[in-house]
Write a protein that binds this ligand. Sequence first.
Ligand code: PGA
Length: 255
Amino acid sequence: MRTYLVAGNWKMNGSLAANAELLAGVQAGRADAAGVELLVCPPAPYLASVAAATADHDIALGAQNVSEHASGAFTGEMAAPMLREVGCAYALVGHSERRTLYGETDAQVAAKFEAAVAGGLVPVLCVGETLEQREAGNTEAVVSAQLAAVIDRVGADGFGDAVVAYEPVWAIGTGKTATPEQAQDVHAFLRASLAKVDEALAMRTRIVYGGSMKAANAGELLAQTDIDGGLIGGASLKAEAFLAIATHARDAAGA
Ligand code: PGA
């Protein structure tokens, strides 16, 4: 049985005061999502303070990005061992905003993935197609190439307990959500792709959905066989909205 993961990607939002308020709200309702793993990924300057605030509350911490290098002359970058030292358990790798706005290639994402694992972090590997790619019928080819770049580099053993996040680019921050069927189809395809490499890997890997997930659509999405949680942007910035999604995950786990 895979434990549901509900992850908040705060992106470049927040402040000390706003984070404290958000975390207090999530902590207050944490018990409603018992059995669901909660993860928050704040902007890097806040990692240490969020680590201190979440330490006793069963909320995991993740970085939004990680360097492919372990240390050295890489101005502005953050190494996995550093993130681990300040309390991160996870790192997002290859988010579509990193790929499109900062030019991260499949090869670089694979190197980041490997560096995250080597530094003791669990990568959340983001994959997803653009609207143009979907309309051209290339969804499977795109996500399969994104996944293969990582598998080819690290192998089944190097994949460890990594999480895969299917995030159709056209659904991120747009208010458009993949239908439960559209999402399930891609999740099942990703799991089948993992199974070709290693059956046990496919069974244990959590594949979460991201892209305008909110309380109103989370129930149906999380009820799908191959959807093991969510990676949530906008709706993770409000405690109530984030917890409502986590509660749907709890219900899906119990169903
Ligand atoms: P969204 O973002 O929920 O605001 O669409 C999801 C993501 O980018 O991870």
